[in-house]
Design a protein around this ligand. Structure first.
Ligand SMILES: [Fe+2]
Length: 522
């Protein structure tokens, strides 16, 4: 046999099935572990149609991802057999100076996805990688390791993105991201949408609303067939987290949005989480365990930046006041309400306390700052799915930032399909209270922000003096440039999501100076 890690991998596979328990994977998948692996498989078509990706970079390593799927939209088209996949990492784009190579098993249990946790790389440099299976070569991807822990790092460039509803437009924003000089892309959720086909947009989902594991796999595969999305994955390492649509709109923990039994939703969420893991460049620590999946984690870029990546869906309490946009009811002030769960909250606070990085980036989903959507001073209307529905939890975080003073907290946010900049106030009702951090909310890659919402939000700006910027008209991404002295966020906008050749421009730029929370427009 030509693969060296077979026994090790087989043991891991057995352990995984044990952890996930009877019934989580099908009997077929378990049985397939015992079959000899196919070292020279034949495929009905090119098996790397979903591209390659890398993610969660460490100073000495990175996760490399691909999935074998010659028929990506119809279950993958792979035999129910383990398949040997070779991988290699090189110092050059032509893969001549190979520094690491190995093999990994693609198994039916994980939809023939592979997640190679390469170690032994050097900090702070670019690498290229490629997979081979049988006689087929994957596209070549490029990735980068961060500088070593505590090393002085002069600069970090990254873009953050969110919300890429396939049906609403083309991923032209990613075509432009590929041309940016970045070290990293951060995705803040709504990577897929769960809905059935909707007419009227430039392209449509190819299946009804997704529920089963096969449904979620096919939906992820559909999204991953997009050439611009593939190019952005192949160009940079990514850090990903999810929001709601990777499972279902506005779900909270194990509470679904609509009429489904609790048991049915537990299964549905497990299906969604597994398919998410299978399609993302995540480390094995995120492998689903029964119905749960560990996604919150920290990634450090020398002494310059620490990313505290949150999961505000899996552990949150239900949206108060029956969700929606409305005046707060008493449940919105409930001291026991939580976005993160107690354990993740303590993990966040501990991490902020221990951080030695200049910039502490809290990468998360829904808007943290208060926003009163009603412009009349005497009436408050808030979004119950955002931190505005979880006031006590937000107060704990903002009080922590005020008391413990971690270095330069910057919150980056997705979800709302529009661009915002907020000063994070200890007390949003009192403009004179301390500014304890800064929040940059990025617009969507494609997902819709109805034009009818724009004027009412603008009309309420004067009632929300901590909000420094709002735009609802444009889609795109936020490009961030960090140095030891300052943070700069450029709101990059595509001219159209209907025109695949749309141009890119900068809508607005904001800076935060080291040691001075709050954003200034350039
Ligand atoms: Fe979204």
């Amino acid at each position: 046999m030509e693969f060296m890690d077979c026994d090790l991998l087989s043991n891991r596979c057995r352990r995984r099935n044990f952890l996930l328990g009877a019934g989580f994977f099908t009997g077929l998948a378990v049985a397939s572990q015992e079959l000899p692996a196919l070292a020279k498989p034949r495929f009905s078509d090119y098996p790397f149609k979903l591209g390659v990706a890398s993610g969660d970079p460490l100073p000495d390593g990175v996760v490399l991802w691909t999935r074998l799927a010659p028929e990506p939209l119809y279950g993958g088209g792979m035999p129910l057999r383990n398949v040997v996949v070779r991988w290699q990492v090189a110092l050059d784009e032509n893969m001549r100076k190979v520094v690491q190579r190995g093999t990994v098993l693609a198994t039916p249990a994980l939809a023939h996805s592979v997640h190679v946790d390469v170690r032994g790389l050097e900090p702070g440099r670019w690498y290229w990688y490629q997979f081979q299976v049988g006689s087929e070569d994957s596209p070549i991807g490029r990735t980068r390791t961060p500088g070593a822990f505590n090393n002085a790092i002069k600069q970090l460039n990254f873009a953050f993105v969110s919300c890429q509803d396939w049906q609403n437009g083309f991923y032209t924003a990613y075509r432009h991201i590929v041309n940016e000089e970045l070290d990293l892309v951060v995705h803040l959720g709504d990577y897929i949408y769960e809905y059935g086909p909707q007419s009227g947009g430039p392209r449509q989902h190819n299946s009804p609303e997704i529920v089963t594991l096969q449904d979620y796999r096919n939906r992820h595969a559909l999204y991953k067939t997009d050439p611009n999305l593939q190019a952005a994955h192949a160009a940079f390492p990514w850090i990903v987290t999810w929001d709601d649509h990777e499972v279902e709109n506005n779900y909270a923990n194990l509470i679904p949005e609509e009429n489904q039994s609790q048991q049915a939703f537990v299964t549905r969420r497990a299906n969604a989480y597994q398919a998410y893991y299978e399609h993302m460049p995540l480390r094995r620590s995120s492998l689903p365990n029964r119905a749960d999946m560990q996604l919150y984690r920290r990634l450090t870029f020398g002494d310059l930046a620490e990313f505290h990546v949150l999961d505000t869906r899996q552990y949150r309490t239900d949206q108060p006041c029956n969700d929606g946009l409305k005046p707060r009811c008493i449940q919105a002030l409930d001291a026991n309400a939580t976005m993160t769960g107690a354990k993740q909250e303590q993990w966040l606070f501990r991490g902020l306390d221990k951080s030695r990085s200049r910039w502490n980036v809290i990468a998360q989903q829904t808007m943290l700052a208060e926003y009163d959507f009603d412009g009349r001073p005497e009436i408050g209307v808030f979004n119950m799915d955002q931190w505005d529905g979880y006031v006590a939890a937000r107060d704990r975080l903002l009080s922590f930032l005020n008391q413990r003073q971690p270095s330069n907290p910057i919150v980056i946010t997705g979800d709302i399909h529009s661009s915002w900049v907020h000063d994070l106030k200890l007390d949003f009702k009192n403009p004179a209270s301390a500014t304890v951090g800064t929040e940059f909310v990025g617009t969507s890659i494609t997902s819709d922000f109805p034009t009818s919402f724009i004027a009412p939000v603008q009309a309420a700006l004067s009632d929300n003096p901590h909000t420094k910027f709002f735009d609802g008209a444009f889609r795109g991404y936020v490009r961030c440039k960090l140095t030891q002295e300052r943070w700069q966020s450029d709101y990059r906008a595509v001219s159209s999501i209907i025109d695949p050749n749309a141009s890119i421009s900068t809508l607005a730029s904001f800076v935060v100076q080291n040691g001075q929370p709050g954003a200034q427009r350039m």
